[in-house]
Design a binder for this molecule. Structure first.
Ligand code: PMP
Ligand code: GLU
Length: 394
């Protein structure tokens, strides 16, 4: 079959998280007993009060195109949420609702970057950042961090990575994949460097904000001097277990929000109407309504850390948020396990899939080739079984 795909698509990598999830599904269909710890997707059902709001929205005939940037009532709820949870004041002209935070990120890249603009990505970074930046003809610039610094970028590293072409910095806190959470003091340190470089913008991906076991999420937009140069990205996929409903949003300087709305007007016409109505209810609810999920993730994190900590060769940090562990498994490189030589993290992840029937994701996709990512958004039973299987084959 001939291949007429554009260079753009040929040069793009497939999302490693989604690819691994698809591979696990395929193997399961072949009858294999695969435990999937590859996808960052809460295993909870959507809370009933949100489902009720969606049902009501159908009955109330919310079936037409919505405003491109989102229903006014939803933007009001987002504005109140930013104020309540983050102490940030975003007016309606600064908020854009999109079909998932992933689309919000894509919009930002397309709206802010010119070809050749550099985007600093503290690595490990979320798998899609690099390809989204490249799609917008930007240049990802990785800043390597490792387990010894809890996978966080220091002000000195940031300073050293800045060039005259640097246009943006993208990061997530709590971080996917490392689970690291930047403290206020750490963010202030980064902001101090940025003071000297007024043309650099920040994308602060806060989609795991509520899944934070250390308490005290801090938004970099709230730090002195940062508000006018930060885009705060968030969404409902993680905290409300609404991955398939595809709603994300930004609070941004007005010119960026305007650009994103213009782009969306030509690409999607706006996010799904029923999902938007349901999200109004989700965001208006107090965080206490979803605390049971956060508590459960916390419990599972401790369980997973304890069990993986017993396996020789797994070097772990203590993730303070999100629902991933990101062990450094480089101790296995060069070793042969059951006839398979492990040369890198991809070999190791494949080995676990084939020999333990456990799906994880290679750290290479996140810009760290010494680690693998294990999502603990799975039941306690599955987690225990998966780690026992891993232990048995390594
Ligand atoms: N940012 C991060 C850090 C993520 O882990 C995800 C995972 N889906 C997203 C953004 C995108 O979320 P969604 O598009 O489902 O809102
Ligand atoms: N963000 C999740 C993950 O990292 C979901 C998959 C995706 O959107 O790529 O696994």
């Amino acid at each position: 079959m001939s291949n007429h795909l554009s260079d753009r698509i040929q040069n793009m990598s497939t999302s490693a998280t989604l690819a691994m999830a698809a591979k696990a599904r395929e193997l399961r269909n072949e009858g294999k007993d695969i435990i999937g710890l590859s996808l960052g997707e809460p295993d909870f059902n959507i809370p009933d009060f949100i489902k009720e709001a969606a049902k009501q929205a159908i009955d109330d005939n919310y079936s037409s195109y919505t405003p491109v940037d989102g229903y006014a009532e939803l933007k009001k709820a987002i504005s109140l949420k930013f104020k309540r949870d983050n102490g940030l004041e975003y007016g309606p002209n600064q908020i854009v609702v999109s079909s998932g935070a992933k689309q919000s990120l894509f919009n930002i890249a397309m709206v802010v970057l010119n070809p050749g603009d550099e985007v600093i990505l503290p690595a490990p970074y979320w798998v899609s950042y690099s390809d989204i930046v490249k799609l917008a003809e930007g240049v990802p610039v990785e800043v390597k961090t490792d387990i010894d610094t809890d996978f966080k970028m220091t002000p000195a590293q940031l300073e050293a990575a800045i060039t005259p072409n640097t246009r943006m910095i993208w990061f997530s806190s709590p971080c996917n994949p490392s689970g690291s959470v930047y403290s206020k003091a750490e963010l202030e340190g980064l902001a101090e460097v940025l003071k000297k470089h007024p043309n650099i913008y920040v994308v602060s991906d806060e989609i795991y904000e509520h899944i934070n076991f250390a308490g005290g999420h801090v938004s970099i937009a709230g730090i002195e001097g940062m508000y006018d140069r930060t885009v705060t990205v968030n969404g409902v996929s993680k905290a409300f277990a609404m991955t398939g409903w595809r709603i994300g949003y930004i609070g941004a300087p007005e010119w960026i929000a305007k650009g994103c709305t213009k782009l969306q007007g030509q690409v999607t016409s706006g996010a799904n109407a029923i999902a938007q109505r349901a999200v109004i209810t989700a965001l208006e609810a107090p965080v206490s309504k979803i605390q049971y999920m956060i508590d459960e993730f916390h419990k599972r994190r401790d369980l997973v850390l304890g069990l993986l900590g017993e396996i020789e060769g797994f070097n772990l940090n203590v993730p303070e948020g999100a629902f991933y562990v990101f062990p450094d498994i480089s101790a296995f490189f060069g070793k042969t396990l059951n006839g398979t030589t492990i040369n890198n993290a991809s070999d190791f992840a494949l080995y676990l899939l084939e020999h333990a029937n456990v799906a994880t994701v290679t750290g290479e996709a996140f810009g760290n080739p010494n680690c693998i990512r294990i999502s603990y958004a799975a039941s306690e039973k599955e987690l225990k079984e998966a780690i026992a299987r891993i232990k048995a084959v390594v």
